[in-house]
Design a protein around this ligand. Sequence first.
Ligand code: UDP
Ligand code: MG
Length: 323
Amino acid sequence: MVDVLYIVLPCYCEEAVLPITAEKLRQKLADLCRRGAVAEGSRILFVDDGSTDRTWEIIRELHEADPVFSGIRLTRNRGHQNALLAGLMSARAHADVTVSMDADLQDDIDAIDDMLARYAEGCDIVYGVRSQRDTDTYFKRTTAEGFYRLMGVLGASVVFNHADYRLMSRRALDALSEFREVNLFLRGIIPMVGFRSASVPYRRGERAAGESKYPLRRMIAFALEGITSLSVRPIRLITGLGVAVFLVSLGMLLYFLVRYFTGNTVTGWASLAVSMWAIGGLQLLAIGVIGEYIGKVYLETKARPRYLIEEVLGEDPPTRPDR
Ligand code: UDP
Ligand code: MG
């Protein structure tokens, strides 16, 4: 039995690269179909993440020329992660298996063969892992790898050097749909889904055309989102710091008392220094405790829709968009 594959690509202002990507993927899919690796009815699904350029028109033209291309348009720019989720949740209604990748061809499309092979062996999730990043700039490489390490230290388990190039079975997508988080960081959530998984190494290429939509500012925001949506450890660190500073102040109190009674101190100085440390420590402690509660509340109140769909090309939309 061969399965229906959907390749899902979030696109934000990708008019420069979209025609190239579309052609390459069309050939790839035709090839997979011919070899019997995937079923007829497999599709390439573009998600337009509220682009301000001609991206949606290009997707529409592609769809009109060849129904192998389908599209979803979000009502506004919601960011890569939400766009990807929108695509995956729509694909879930029609596909047996999905592969998500960036629209800029940085992910080597030939790795799809290996991913499908792992899927055939019974894996529900297959991570595309960058074997090396020599095409990234030194800066991008070090910041990105530092980010994966920091995530580990802060208690979020992510697959090292894996971005959003991955295969997921419908079963895994159904499980993913149970995760209701609004602060979406798929790389952290998908390992929580479980199931049998595997990794496939691939070479990260350069962008085929156009510019990166992730300047440093967005990279930092993305990293913070990843850390704070996956773990409350930073808040615990604050609490720990508060306790430590407060203990230091107790130590200093003792030290200054001894100095006071042995008679060599400036009047007023000791009490000032001690109270500064004590109050500082207590404040941090209090912020940490409050933060702990806010952290809990915030984890519970994620209930806004993560994306809204404006238009669908191709298959009927699922009756109700996944929240
Ligand atoms: N993207 C998106 N919404 C955004 C920003 C980016 O859907 O708000 C898409 C973009 O079109 C691309 C993918 O996310 O397909 C990765 O973006 P990009 O290649 O710019 O990031 P980089 O590879 O430089 O980290
Ligand atoms: Mg890219």
